[in-house]
Design a protein around this ligand. Structure first.
Ligand code: SAH
Ligand code: DHB
Ligand code: MG
Length: 221
């Protein structure tokens, strides 16, 4: 098995099950034009996020790590008309691209892009009368455990927390790693494993994004 095969299979799945439309195509085009890194979720992963949000009946979604708003579009499209998505992005130039992409997708009324370090934005988010039903964590991996902790504070029993990029090309198993991304991811996985209010798992994936994976956790009562 190699990257070329993974690409072919992803292209096949995506063409069949998660085909691009005008807003998604334009979002990636404008992200490219603005020089954003191509680290958005793959289309079939975006569709998975969309389906998870729908299956869950999510009305309030929190995203940490917006980039150009590509995953944001998939998630926000799962919301009902009175739904709400808050997405956190450190870099103003990324947020500007994301806002344009979300407006073109007709989602700007549902989505709020908050600019700044996510830890600051999260600290400023008070526990809400309407807690988040779903959190997608996809920013700097070094702070993953902090993001899970904030997610616990801002969600409710039954909420879903999704953590992207947990495989690190296999390095996640290296208990002596000094890579901050690996350390942050391992710390978050241990927190999910040990926290009495979380039940989770992690799944490896291959595809256009190479060898990676995601973790998924449910907030318990
Ligand atoms: N979710 C996006 C990809 C996000 S890439 C998608 O799939 O389409 C990660 C993003 O997190 C980048 O835009 C990066 O600028 C942002 N980021 C990195 N560190 C951050 C921080 N401390 N706070 C908020 N955002 C951060
Ligand atoms: C990186 C970040 C991501 O969120 C991702 O999905 C892939 C790669 C990165 O920082 O390299
Ligand atoms: Mg990611």
């Amino acid at each position: 098995m190699n990257q070329q095969q993974w690409d072919s299979v992803d292209d096949y799945f995506t063409g069949l099950l998660a085909p691009a439309d005008e807003a998604l195509t334009a979002a990636l085009r404008d992200s490219d034009a603005a020089g954003l890194p191509r680290i958005n979720v793959a289309p079939n992963q975006g569709k998975l996020l969309h389906l998870l949000a729908q299956v869950h009946g999510a009305r309030r979604i929190l995203e940490i790590g917006t980039l150009g708003g590509y995953s944001t579009i998939w998630l926000a499209r799962a919301l009902p008309a009175d739904g709400r998505l808050v997405t956190l992005e450190h870099r103003p130039e990324h947020a500007t691209v994301a806002r344009g992409n979300l407006a073109r997708a007709g989602l700007d009324k549902l989505v709020e892009v908050r600019v700044g370090p996510a830890l600051d934005s999260l600290a400023a988010l008070a526990a809400r009368p309407e807690p988040f039903d779903l959190v997608f964590i996809d920013a700097d991996k070094v702070n993953n455990a902090r993001y899970v902790e904030h997610s616990l504070r801002l969600t409710r029993p039954g909420s879903l927390i999704i953590l992207d990029n947990v495989v690190r090309g296999g390095a996640v198993t290296d208990s002596s790693s000094t890579d901050p991304n690996v350390l942050g991811t391992r710390e978050a996985l241990r927190l999910i494993a040990e926290h009495p209010k979380l039940s989770g798992t992690a799944v490896q994936t291959v595809g256009v994004k190479g060898y990676d994976g995601f973790a998924l956790a449910r907030v318990l009562a």
